[in-house]
Design a protein around this ligand. Structure first.
Ligand code: FEO
Length: 397
């Protein structure tokens, strides 16, 4: 049965929610599900804006039929070719053989790679700055390369001042009946998932996101319709500010993320002692066991806070495996502009601090504290002063 919601008088959300997928993109845990958003504009022309993942195609096609209410589908606008939004394109073409597809040249090329139908026969190519008239509405296209793939474009409806933002401004989490961000307590219930979505999906491409934000700043945006998560019609400036922080790798808050790997609990003990010393100084802390907490959560926390401490045993003459994986991931996500410290453990040859530092060497503008802590097997009373000194440095730095 259909399940859709009205966005404006003539724009409909016709997407779906997936609460069964364990790993988004095969990597990211999504315990609260995810939404795949598609929109249908009922103007003089009927215009479908993107499609959905195969998981929710059933309700998606029921929604199209219901909203079209006997009219034919004239156009499909494709902003992004990742299959979570494009998988249903071939079936749209099969079901609505007269539909024309509006997209840019890169999208058309990818469409040929993913599908076997005659793309050239039905594509109307657009480029940056082109306008598509649908009747009452005009969609202006703006390219947004690497937010999150190279072909991505967004569009701006000059009539209702709506930005169709593709992956940008999305979040993990099913919609659960709400459509607009102001229908939920977004800062309390969804901001962490929005940060985890942003930092892990497009965190690497801060420069490109900044370029899109610069273009967006020239537009009067009254509503944002992303491909995941909620539609924004209030507090848009607040959410844009989050994106400005994340894309410029600027911490949102002062605080220390302590990420540790521990084989027998001794490194964990040192991490906990440091957290206590920091809290005694009034410093906010978050502590993660990197062998237990998914990397996506720790990466999101690293983007949120100003200071990062990594604590790990030396293992096979290197860095313990789960910490090694986390640091590679963090470096790949371009973490920068942070104060960093290391704690190492080793029963006979502790070298993990130096090696962890080397793994983050390519990250820009990291201030590495000299107050390194070296544990030989387990913490000793005599080392408390070192932890106090590290806590002082983190508090002051
Ligand atoms: Fe939600 Fe890049 O796809």
């Amino acid at each position: 049965m259909y399940c859709y919601r009205k966005v404006t008088d003539d724009l409909y959300w016709i997407g779906g929610n997936d609460r069964r997928l364990a790993l988004f993109e095969g990597v990211y845990q999504i315990p609260r599900g995810v939404s795949y958003n598609s929109y249908l504009l009922m103007d003089e022309k009927t215009v479908l804006l993107d499609t959905v993942d195969k998981a929710v195609k059933g309700v998606f096609f029921e929604n199209i039929e219901k909203v079209l209410d006997g009219r034919k589908l004239d156009y499909l606008v494709v902003h992004h070719m990742e299959p979570d939004h494009s998988e249903a394109i071939w079936e749209v073409v099969m079901r609505y053989p007269e539909v024309k597809i509006v997209c840019n040249a890169k999208i058309a090329q990818m469409m040929k790679q993913f599908f076997s139908f005659d793309v050239d026969a039905r594509v109307e190519l657009v480029k940056e700055g082109d306008t598509f008239h649908t009747g009452k509405h005009n969609l202006v296209f703006v390219s947004a390369p690497m937010v999150h793939w190279p072909e991505v474009m967004v569009s701006y409806d000059t009539t209702d001042k709506i930005l169709f933002s593709a992956d940008a401004f999305g979040t993990f989490g099913a919609l659960n009946g709400a459509l607009f961000a102001d229908e939920v307590d977004f800062p309390r219930d969804y901001l962490d998932e929005a940060r985890r979505y942003y930092t892990n999906i497009v965190g690497k491409y801060g420069v490109q996101v900044q370029a899109l934000l610069k273009k967006a700043a020239t537009l009067d945006i009254q509503m944002i319709c992303p491909l995941h998560g909620f539609v924004w019609r209030k507090d848009i400036g607040w959410y844009l500010d989050k994106y400005l922080h994340w894309s410029s790798y600027t911490p949102e808050e002062q605080g220390v993320v302590i990420a540790y790997a521990s084989i027998y609990g001794n490194t964990a003990n040192a991490a906990d002692i440091l957290a206590c010393k920091l809290r005694e100084r009034g410093v906010r802390t978050e502590v993660f066991d990197v062998s237990v907490t998914p990397a996506s959560e720790i990466i999101a926390a690293a983007f949120k806070y100003s200071h990062l401490v990594f604590a790990a045993p030396t293992y096979n003459s290197g860095v313990f495996v789960t910490m090694e994986a986390l640091l590679m991931d963090l470096a790949e996500h371009n973490i920068q502009n942070r104060t960093v410290a290391f704690m190492e453990n080793g029963t006979w040859a502790a070298t993990s601090a130096r090696q962890m530092g080397a793994m983050l060497e390519k990250c820009k503008n990291l201030t590495v504290l000299e107050q390194k802590v070296t544990i030989k097997s387990s913490m000793k009373e005599a080392q408390m002063a070192e932890i106090e000194a590290l806590a002082d440095a983190l508090n002051e730095g």
